[in-house]
Design a protein around this ligand. Structure first.
Ligand SMILES: [Zn+2]
Length: 304
């Protein structure tokens, strides 16, 4: 392998995406390629799909990786070496890293998708653009779930248990009810997309998508406004806990909920209200890379 290229794979529930970046030309994309995960065909099949994709990519660029970074749903437990906390449940409890290294014959570096998101936004995304001096970055994907990642001086903090940055499963409010993780009242259960839709349905009796709720909020629908006010309140309350512990220079909000404009105005005010400071310097911003962040972040793992 030439030292010129870095390789990353983003393993998702429906697709596996790969990228090869040119290190010597500002991480320009040499190749980007996708393959269906076909997760319903089981764990072994997922591993072979990854191998197949890397094989095809190798043929196209005329080179093979010596090491590869992989973004996964879930996290590698540093003690058991098994994957856990994945919403792609076929992966939970499996020796994913060891099995894949054996199959590929090369070492791999693994981080969960939110960590990859935070790393990519730090290295080539919004953080690099507007806050390149940042020492501490907190990146959150607020979509169907809530996943977070912490990057300190350019490095992902996985933590001693592999749960670094998992703000989504902090306790936030009893009203969230039971979470798939076995706990109750998790951040994810209060402010992720499905939770907002569930709350809107509870108070209005109507089923609406997240986009519809946001649009209705702008036209004066009282139930939508109540849903968004509640989001703002709990976002501020929840994120202030992260700010008081980490005091990040910048927080990047990805995912469908991260698109909601009110988070960058009233949401910031709500966070300031609960933060242990008389000023509020924390920048809370939208991402730059969108859905591409995961695969770029995976590639940057090999440089860690
Ligand atoms: Zn949870």
């Amino acid at each position: 392998m030439s030292k010129r290229m870095i390789w990353g794979i983003d393993l998702g529930g429906t697709k596996i995406e790969g990228v090869v970046l040119d290190r010597q030309s500002n991480n320009q994309v040499i190749l980007r390629k996708r393959l269906a995960t076909e997760a319903d065909r089981g764990y072994e099949h997922i591993l072979h799909q990854i191998k197949k994709l890397i094989g095809e990519m190798s043929d196209e660029v005329g080179d093979r990786p010596e090491i590869i970074g992989i973004g996964t749903p879930g996290a590698l437990d540093p003690h058991t070496r098994l994957l856990k906390n994945s919403n792609s449940t076929a992966l939970n409890g499996k020796a994913f890293k060891t099995d894949l290294e054996t199959l590929l014959g090369i070492p791999i570096k693994i981080a969960n998708d939110a960590n990859c998101f935070a790393l990519a936004e730090t290295r080539i995304g919004v953080v690099k653009d507007i806050c390149p001096e940042a020492e501490v970055v907190f990146g959150v994907i607020m979509g169907t779930g809530v996943g977070g990642g912490v990057v300190v001086r350019g490095r992902v903090i996985n933590g001693s248990q592999g749960i670094g940055g998992e703000w989504g499963h902090n306790f936030l409010d009893e009203s969230g009810g039971e979470c798939y993780c076995g706990k109750t009242g998790c951040v994810e259960r209060v402010i992720a997309g499905p939770s907002l839709q569930r709350y809107y349905h509870e108070i209005s009796g109507r089923e609406k998508t997240l986009k519809e709720i946001v649009a209705l909020g702008a036209t004066g629908d009282p139930y939508a406004q109540q849903t968004l006010d509640r989001l703002v309140h709990f976002f501020g309350l929840g994120i202030s806990a992260v700010i008081n512990i980490l005091d990040p220079d910048i927080i990047v909000l990805g995912g469908g909920v991260g698109n909601i404009e009110i988070l960058y105005t009233k949401g910031v005010e709500a966070a300031a209200k609960h933060t242990f400071n008389t000023r509020f310097d924390t920048r809370i911003v939208k991402p730059k890379l969108g859905d591409s962040a995961g695969v770029f972040g995976a590639a940057f793992l090999v440089e860690e």
